[in-house]
Ligand binder design. Structure first.
Ligand SMILES: [Zn+2]
Length: 486
């Protein structure tokens, strides 16, 4: 009998495809899964006892801003502690490469703290990620707003000229050639809001050639959401790219219940072109502090302020009362800052998550002083709260929406399934106890019930703390496409 490096014994396997749990031993050799066989048949140099536990593929966080967190914070505890083994970075129009400037403005600061972690080329950036030896893998999108910041200087309140579009397109083309997996846009944000549909579609053209995906933080997630969906679908169609709509939500009280309109529209469009979306399991969103978002929110919590330290975690209404001014003025006084906005309907969040096109992405913001709890809680919350407690979907389907489905939509070949030949990205969790513990009051808190997490065969989380494994890597488009054919 062959001996393997590690055998995970006696567990119930949720293989990632949605198939019913089955009892099996899972053997790992090097960075791959070598065998999945009947219990008791495999022998390993090291063994992990998973009796009573579920053995799942490592989770894929499809919506992150972890680009430079992988470099600054290579243990990636906020993700490894949830069972996440791959993060898709560069979302919402914002990426750390290619970045040709040396200043980090308010928008870029959402994702970069140190300018030296940005790079002029994607190849150089991917090298920085590999050199940091992160515990988990990263795959990277190129941000359309970042391309604008490179090309248009600070003159962003207009559509790009034909020359600027060509420059941005070349930068995207080179980045895809070097290994980026697609492009993201964030037309909601000031840095990109003035861009026309034509501009984005023209910049995105290389996606078709390289097989890249297009992800969109849409222009509008409120009153004009249906129009914004049409625009997103058009851009994907014109670029010849598969689309992922980011953090799908219907924002603001007047739009509560409108999943009844958006979800059938998604279902209809999915018959015509490749479309999917990601969702995070909370009724509050989070981004930079914007005074135009204050009215739409039921409540606003500050996540950080460089100007007035100590604001992190505080309610803006209280801050305003203390300052004796309006919320808008209080916001102005503490800028630049970040915030959490309570602006969604719980029923909408649930129906989005349960839709056939939905996968899970945290949208966690890694450097916030008092972050949204989704940074530490998303995946265990879906498993424990939404699947086990609310029975929104069976555990196997919850796992599928965090693993194989995500891998397929983003082209992450040989990831997202417990299957021989696939990478040894594994999460062993207790289905009876797994749950998030991060809250809006106390957001930095590791989940319960995540026992052992391996990435590329190395232990990255065990017994409530980071493992010694640091075998994560930058996943490059060309390697992924080669793997897909192998
Ligand atoms: Zn976004």
């Amino acid at each position: 009998m062959a001996s393997y490096d590690i055998v995970i014994r006696n567990g119930q396997v949720a293989d990632g495809t949605g198939k019913k749990l089955f009892a099996a031993d899972v053997a790992l050799r090097g960075d791959r899964i070598a065998a999945v066989e009947a219990p008791g048949t495999l022998k390993g140099d090291n063994e992990i006892d998973a009796r009573g536990k579920v053995v799942a593929p490592g989770f894929i966080d499809v919506h992150t801003h972890d680009d430079t967190a992988l470099i600054d914070n290579p243990t990636m505890a906020m993700k490894a502690s949830q069972g996440v083994t791959t993060v898709v970075c560069g979302n919402c129009g914002l990426s750390a490469a290619p970045y040709l400037r040396s200043d980090i403005g308010h928008f870029m600061s959402l994702m970069v703290k140190k300018p030296e972690n940005t790079s002029k080329s994607f190849a150089e950036f991917a090298g920085k990620v590999d050199a940091a030896r992160p515990a988990i893998n990263g795959a990277f999108l190129i941000g359309h707003a970042t391309l604008r910041l490179n090309t248009m200087g600070d003159d962003l309140g207009r559509t790009a000229t034909a020359g600027e579009i060509a420059t941005m397109r070349d930068l995207l083309d080179q980045s895809l050639e070097q290994g980026a997996i697609g492009m993201s846009s964030g037309l909601f944000y000031a840095a990109a809001n003035a861009a026309s549909t034509d501009e984005v579609a023209d910049v995105a053209r290389p996606l078709g050639k390289w097989g890249g995906v297009y992800t969109a933080h849409m222009r509008d997630e409120g009153d004009d959401i249906l129009k914004a969906m049409d625009e997103t679908f058009e851009i994907g169609r014109r670029a010849g790219a598969s689309i992922i709509v980011s953090h799908h939500k219907c924002s603001g009280r007047s739009n509560f219940g409108r999943m009844k309109e958006t979800l059938p529209k998604f279902s209809e469009a999915m018959k015509q072109q490749e479309i999917a979306f990601d969702v995070y399991p909370y009724v509050a969103g989070s981004t930079i502090l914007r005074s135009d978002m204050l009215e739409r929110a039921e409540k606003v919590l500050i996540t950080w302020s460089d100007k007035v330290p100590g604001m992190g975690g505080r309610d803006l209404k209280e801050i305003a009362a203390e300052m004796g001014c309006s919320m808008r003025e209080a916001a102005d006084r503490i800028q630049p800052a970040g915030a959490i906005y309570f602006m969604m309907d719980e029923k909408d969040v649930q129906s989005a998550m349960a839709h056939p096109g939905a996968m899970i992405g945290s949208d966690g913001i890694p450097f916030d002083v008092h972050p949204h709890p989704r940074l530490w809680g998303t995946f265990p919350r879906v498993l424990g709260h939404y699947s086990r407690e609310l029975k929104l979907f069976p555990l196997e389907d919850a796992v599928r929406r965090m693993t194989s489905y995500s891998a397929q939509r983003f082209g992450l070949a040989k990831r997202g399934e417990v299957k021989p030949g696939f990478y040894a990205d594994i999460c062993v969790f207790d289905p009876a106890t797994v749950i998030d513990t991060a809250t809006f009051e106390k957001p930095i808190s590791a989940a319960k019930g995540i026992d052992v997490v391996l990435c590329n065969g190395a232990v990255v989380w065990r017994d409530g703390k980071p493992g010694r494994g640091r075998a994560g890597r930058a996943l490059r488009r060309q390697d992924l496409q080669k793997e897909a054919k192998a």
